[in-house]
Design a binder for this molecule. Structure first.
Ligand code: NAP
Length: 312
């Protein structure tokens, strides 16, 4: 079967594209690696998506987006795409489970959390190191937690973690946060929030679970080993230091800039019939509201392209 539109990624951009494409009665398939949602699923509070006031957590918002896209007939398949052939009139996507053919492809693969890259981080992920506060905060009930980073994500997720942990310390490489002022104000007035300025994590240690970490003061060069409280035996480390776009599959296939996909304002990449939407593309504001807008535009442009190229 040849789909009109295959969308890679089921975050807000992919789901909005799925909604618009299926509403336009295009044969639409949304492919997702593990589960629908993208990054927004790891967000406890979505305060700035217009209209989402009550019950607005990342997972509830995404669940509604999925329902809406499916209501109009979009199909969803869980598969990991390993290879793409995008040049021809019919695009071919090869997954672990199957092969998919499409007249148009919308790339909405988003971005993944950037790791610190220090020794011990990988080995202790899921054993004290976590990239998702909503998922793992409850493991640190009444314990100590360290958040790495100084942007909106670090500070907001740190605030969320104060609902569980008895103390949350933000480790930031400078002496000033990058986060929006309104977010900073809330953090500074929260008694559970603490700050370790001019500091970076050099190493995470532990035998099967985080037991200590080495932190370096970047101004003095001083190294300090932070140990878990004896009664707790461990503590949490949540790195939120930005994201890396999920574009590995597309290297040499579509035009990239600093790893992000280049599009025009119609979401067109340099390859006819291939569009990109959401955090994966070069843009100035990566938010749910801009991701969904991108998805809508990409789907409408995909329909236009099909009408022109396939003589519908
Ligand atoms: P970000 O704005 O890029 O901030 C990353 C933070 O991590 C910065 O403070 C940066 O330090 C630090 N950092 C980067 N690399 C590091 C490294 N190797 N070691 C230690 N620290 C490092 O990322 P983000 O906070 O995830 O936000 C991403 C985008 O989403 C932003 O546009 C943000 O505004 C948006 N966002 C918005 C909301 C909201 O509106 N409520 C919520 C979450 C995210 P420096 O400051 O020194 O560069």
């Amino acid at each position: 079967m040849i789909y009109d539109v295959v969308i890679i990624g089921a975050g807000p951009a992919g789901l909005a594209a799925g909604l618009y494409a299926s509403r336009a009665r295009l044969k639409t398939l949304i492919l997702e690696k593990e589960k629908a949602g993208g990054q927004i699923v790891s967000t406890a509070e979505v305060a700035n998506y217009p209209g989402s006031i009550e019950d607005a957590t990342g997972p509830t918002l995404v669940a509604r987006m999925v329902e809406q896209a499916e209501e109009f007939g979009a199909e969803r398949v869980l598969d990991t795409i390993k290879e793409v052939e995008l040049e021809g009139k019919i695009k071919v996507l090869k997954g672990e489970k199957g092969e998919y053919q499409a007249k148009t492809v919308i790339i909405a693969t988003g971005a993944n959390p950037r790791p610190i890259g220090c020794p011990g981080e990988k080995e202790l992920t899921g054993r004290g190191v976590s990239y998702c506060a909503t998922c793992d905060a409850a493991f640190f009930e009444d314990m100590e937690v360290y958040v790495v980073g100084g942007g909106d994500t670090a500070v907001e997720e740190g605030m969320y973690l104060t609902k569980f942990a008895r103390k949350v310390t933000i480790i930031h490489r400078r002496d000033e946060l990058r986060a929006a002022k309104s977010i900073q104000e809330k953090a500074f007035s929260n008694d559970k929030m603490h700050f370790m300025w001019d500091s970076v994590v050099e190493e995470i240690k532990g035998d099967g679970i985080v037991e200590s970490m080495v932190v370096k003061n970047v101004k003095t060069g001083e190294l300090t080993e932070v140990f878990a409280d004896e009664d707790d035996g461990t503590f949490g480390i949540f790195p939120f230091i930005g994201f890396i776009p999920a574009t590995e599959l597309f290297i040499g296939k579509v035009e990239l800039k600093d790893e992000y996909i280049v599009t025009d304002e119609d979401m067109k990449t340099n390859i006819p019939g291939v569009f990109a939407a959401g955090d994966v593309r070069v843009k100035s504001l990566r938010q749910v509201v801009t991701a969904t807008a991108d998805g809508a535009i990409a789907a409408v442009q995909a329909e236009k392209y099909i009408n022109e190229v396939f003589d519908v």
